[in-house]
Design a protein around this ligand. Sequence first.
Ligand code: GLU
Length: 633
Amino acid sequence: MPFVLPSDRSRERPPHGPRARLLPGPPRRLALAGALIAGLPLLVPGPAGAAPAVALMGQGQQRAVATGYGGAVATVDLDASRTAIEVLERGGNAADAAVAAAATLGVTEPYVAALGGGGFFTYYDARTRRVHTVDGRETAPARMHERSFVDPATGQAIPFSEAVTSGLSVGVPGTVAQWEQILDRFGTRRLGTLLQPAIRVAERGFVVDQEFYDQTAVNADRFADIPPTRELFLPGGSPRPVGSVFRNPDLAHTYRTLAQRGPDWFYRGELSREIVRTVKKPPVDSAATRNVRPGLMETGDLARYRAPLRPPTRVSYRGLEVYGMAPPSSGGSTVGEALNILGNFRLSKKDRVQALHYYLEASRLAYADRGRYVGDSDHVDVPLRELLSRGFARERACLIDPDKAAVSPVPPGSPDGDYRRCEPARGDGERLTYEGPQTTHLVVADKWGNVVAYNVTIEQFGGSGLTVPGRGFLLNNELTDFSLAPPPPGAAPDPNLPGPGKRPRSSMAPTIVLRDGRPLLALGSPGGSTIITTVLQILLNRIDLGMDLPAAVAAPRATQRNTGQTLAEEAFLRQYEAELEAMGHDLALFPGPPPGQIGAATALEFLRPGLVQAVAEPVRRHGGSALVVRPTR
Ligand code: GLU
């Protein structure tokens, strides 16, 4: 089926309900920094308790869709998007702008993106016309082993929430090394320069909105037990009210020192020792009753950290080339395998329910294979080529009944190079390990045609809950993305057990799509293990179901991850539940967090060379921010 440009096809509206209209979202969080870098309009905070007002000038507005020339960005946050645009306007490229925007997110989204975390970066280099990825995944310390999360007293994995709020869950942070690698390879500006906008936002502060308040409130109990975290986020013992101003001078100072001394300060210098001290002896209030277990990290673990370039995953889908993140993320392989499976079917916007059935079934099968075969490929054998082969996809596609949903958990297939039609799968279904839904994703394109899709994360909202004292940032809990205990005797091996120097399996799927070797789309989302289905569903909506990109992002979502129930947003249930249940799908409302919302995507599309449409969420998580350098309207 040929892929058509928006100009050649009907402007069909997506099947979304009233909760997902394509309206610009309300202003989300506004920096008091005014012009972050000279040239931007001044932002005006609103009265306490009210939604802050914003000067409705040019780039000052928060909107979910922007179309134009000269470069484009979409993030969850207006300040971060403005930072990226300003870098582009000053002649920086997409890699520079992405690093600057991520640093600003570290200030305005401190529970999601921080120096204490990691992420995955996918990049189209317009000069070489190649896609690269940079792996900034957090890494287990050398002393970690497969039973590190097992309580010797019980022989069972320690309770998940206890594992999260601990030094044990903290992986060696990858973000700073990743920024260094990105800028060395693709950037044109120094890290110190790109940190300046974030420093200004941290110093002058931003207005707390409902989303920030909620994210603080859900963490208040555990933050209260950790004095440096309490002081930073619960002044006077409770979350800052909506409309108040949050300044983070400690983080401004940390960024400034990083700008002066460089990444070595973080990985080998004074800050590395402070991180290790925080992890090994978590700063817990003496009155707290919670058991905050110490971690295993040593300074040598930080000194050894690397953020390597990795070859991207690549599959062809309906004549397009889809590039993604290879292990340790399962994003690229699982999106890729599901697309390969879908490539065996004719999907048409005329029969959306049938197309959604195939989407859910392809995802179910791809998840079974993800669970069985994907982990950190530097430590376990991941049959990546076979997982992404057309032969394997045909063998898997053959198991899909066009009229009836399979019953999960379905067993994994055999990516062994020997493929027949309808090889019956053997064995047990996977154990779906819990992954928090709280990373963030951004996209950037520049005037040269370089493109970024970038996930940044500290895992759960608030990560491990451990703030490095006096440094203004939280440490991640990424190591709870490992399976916390070995499988029972006789069960299939688990590629995602903890190990020394190993990186936990991720679902992050920063994705870039090329047509004839030129960028067409970039997209990604937060959402833990739902990231993969969100990316897949947006691709399906855009490529197969005739939606334009804003509609493809806004459309209601469902996620099938080889679990008994398919979880969906309310609008999806309203529209498709009856017909899909008639085919045997068991649908239920996605519990969150946030309740009933899956993901918070950002995406962009080249409508023609140079003309880019940037797209953020219009409604989910209070909407994101899309901006372009020179708007068309
Ligand atoms: N820990 C998650 C992952 O690596 C990221 C957190 C999230 O996306 O929400 O896949």
